[in-house]
Design a protein around this ligand. Structure first.
Ligand SMILES: [Fe+2]
Length: 195
């Protein structure tokens, strides 16, 4: 499959086809590490498993599974040349890429999961302390603490609570000793969440 046409294929596929394409992309590109011990695939599966264990909505399970797809797209020389990818910020990139594929209830938590980290770091110093070293480092690169105006704007967002939940799973989903479910365990949730 030419990765060039992934978004086009996604837009033209039916729901089972979309699930197959997205799972195929994660399988093909999820074997990198990105400064954490586990792979992106392990991280995605663990994150989605935490959402599932919390009996969260299918849209939040899908958001958990695909929240870092922007990291994979940014590192993918074919997709990074895609004109729909204007931004190299992984949360923006992932949410923009999945527009028209998933509803806002999936896209917005993905888009806001970095802002949610800044929000939690600003309001709860203990939260910052428990972050992984890589996550503490990226926090500074992502803009550091929020201003009062940024906090107020974040709290007005209709999906900010969903984003904070996703952030919590994201931070926990870095345990390499956890036994991971297969990606197909999340197929029913992804099918339900697709637009
Ligand atoms: Fe993540």
């Amino acid at each position: 499959m030419s990765a060039q046409s992934l978004r086009h294929q996604l837009l033209t596929a039916d729901k089972p086809g979309r699930a197959d394409l997205l799972f195929g992309y994660l399988r093909a590109h999820g074997n990198k590490h990105y400064e954490e011990e586990g792979t992106q695939m392990q991280h995605a599966l663990q994150c989605a498993a935490l959402a599932t264990r919390g009996r969260e909505s299918a849209t939040l399970v899908a958001a958990a599974l695909f929240h870092d797809i922007g990291h994979m797209l940014a590192d993918d020389p074919v997709e990074a040349n895609n004109p729909t990818l204007k931004d190299d910020l992984h949360e923006e990139l992932g949410a923009n890429y999945l527009k028209g594929i998933f509803p806002e209830a999936v896209l917005q938590p993905i888009q806001l999961h970095v802002a949610a980290k800044r929000y939690l770091c600003t309001l709860k110093p203990a939260y910052y302390e428990q972050l992984s070293e890589a996550s503490q480092k990226s926090f500074r690169l992502q803009g550091g603490p929020m201003s009062e105006q940024e906090i107020a704007a974040f709290e007005q967002h209709p999906f900010h609570k969903a984003a904070v939940k996703l952030r919590g799973w994201d931070d926990q989903a870095k345990d390499v000793n956890v036994e991971h479910l297969e990606i197909d365990a999340f197929r029913a949730s992804v099918l339900e969440a697709l637009s």
